[in-house]
Design a protein around this ligand. Structure first.
Ligand code: SAM
Length: 333
């Protein structure tokens, strides 16, 4: 689809033919598997000023925490025992782990890599038994390379918005060019590369959403997280309207059509606005779901946007998710 065709599609009264096409492509290219990933939010310290984010450095109402290594490992071990084959390590841009301190992040990756797993290795040994995905913000090339050597296999870094002016308004201490360069470095280093964007940001246009979709192709992304913007208290965007779930699902569908081989999660933010929409997004092209395994005691402090705090029960939560996926006629992996 051209950019103009995408814009026209996003405005359609009846989008259902495009949803059907996205679902058909998903089935043809990705099959019925739904990849279930676990996320550990191991630190909410952040030096960035992202205007939408509840853990930005100016928010004084956040109790900051860093999970100790042993607790991260215990959580990862429980996730592996529950059947997860991917551990996503997410944090703010925490100086304790950045720059010269990247070794601390590397120690976490190495220790998780050393955990025993009960999974069968791929017969040809080509696939790692466990994927370790980093979601720790922009890092210099050397740190990215070091983490790869330590055993990280994937990296998630959303470009957030492809509109440079909007990007710079939202991120007083970053540029879109730097973000994109970091994504290119991630790709060059051989990580499975994930970008993505928010839908419904103040001032965002349909044309810039089409550019967001196109950028995923330009960057040759392997994964893309697309979620609605959710207004967060104690941030400069408090009180702004939330992004629309319908528009978000349309953007997911366009991504599936534009870049069929993408791994596309049904994002948590979509479920926060409407839990039913999360299920529904599986018929719009998505084939991945993420589940927080962060210990309950930290969840209140990792509110990037307001959401109901659910107690973490790693084994039971995974079973519930698997049952939900099977009820949709799909196969949890
Ligand atoms: N610091 C890392 C980074 O920048 O990639 C990872 C953590 S960051 C909190 C993860 C993602 O949360 C961001 O990429 C952003 O898209 C999303 N996010 C933050 N605040 C949000 C909000 N108010 N509404 C929707 N998504 C939000």
């Amino acid at each position: 689809m051209t950019k103009q065709e995408m814009i026209d599609a996003l405005m359609l009264e009846d989008f259902s033919p495009i949803y059907h096409e996205a679902d058909r492509i998903r089935k043809e290219v990705k099959g019925d598997d739904v990849f279930v990933r676990s996320i550990i939010e191991f630190s909410n310290y952040c030096t960035r000023q992202c205007k939408y984010c509840g853990i930005n450095c100016f928010n004084q109402n956040v109790a900051r925490y860093r999970m100790p290594l042993e607790e991260i490992l215990d959580t990862a071990a429980q996730a592996i025992a529950a059947g997860y084959r991917t551990i996503v390590l997410q944090s703010g841009e925490d100086p304790y782990f950045n720059g010269d301190n990247a070794k601390r992040l590397g120690d976490i990756v190495r220790a998780i890599r050393a955990l025993p797993t009960a999974f069968e290795s791929e017969a040809d040994g080509s696939q790692p038994i466990l994927d370790i995905t980093m979601s720790t913000g922009e890092l210099p090339y050397e740190a990215l390379s070091y983490l790869k050597d330590c055993g990280a296999t994937r990296y998630l870094l959303r470009h957030e918005t492809s509109d440079p002016k909007l990007y710079e308004f939202l991120h007083p201490c970053g540029t879109l060019a730097d973000r994109i360069q970091c994504l290119r470095n991630i790709k060059t280093l051989g990580y499975a590369t994930g970008s993505g964007f928010m839908v419904g940001l103040p001032g965002q246009t349909l044309a810039s959403i089409a550019d967001d979709v196109i950028l995923l192709g330009t960057l040759e992304c392997d994964m893309a997280g697309i979620g609605p913007f959710i207004s967060s208290p104690d941030t400069p965007l408090e009180g702004y309207p939330n992004g629309e779930t319908e528009l978000t699902k349309r953007a997911v569908a366009l991504c599936r059509i534009h870049r069929p081989e993408l791994n596309l999660p049904v994002t948590t933010a979509l479920g926060v606005l409407n839990p039913e929409e999360r299920k529904d997004a599986f018929s719009c092209g998505a084939n991945v779901i993420m589940k927080k395994v962060t210990p309950t005691k930290y969840k209140e402090a990792y509110q990037i946007y307001p959401s109901t705090i659910e107690e973490t029960r790693i084994i039971e939560d995974r079973q519930t998710l698997d049952n939900m996926i099977r009820s949709l006629g799909r196969k949890p992996v």
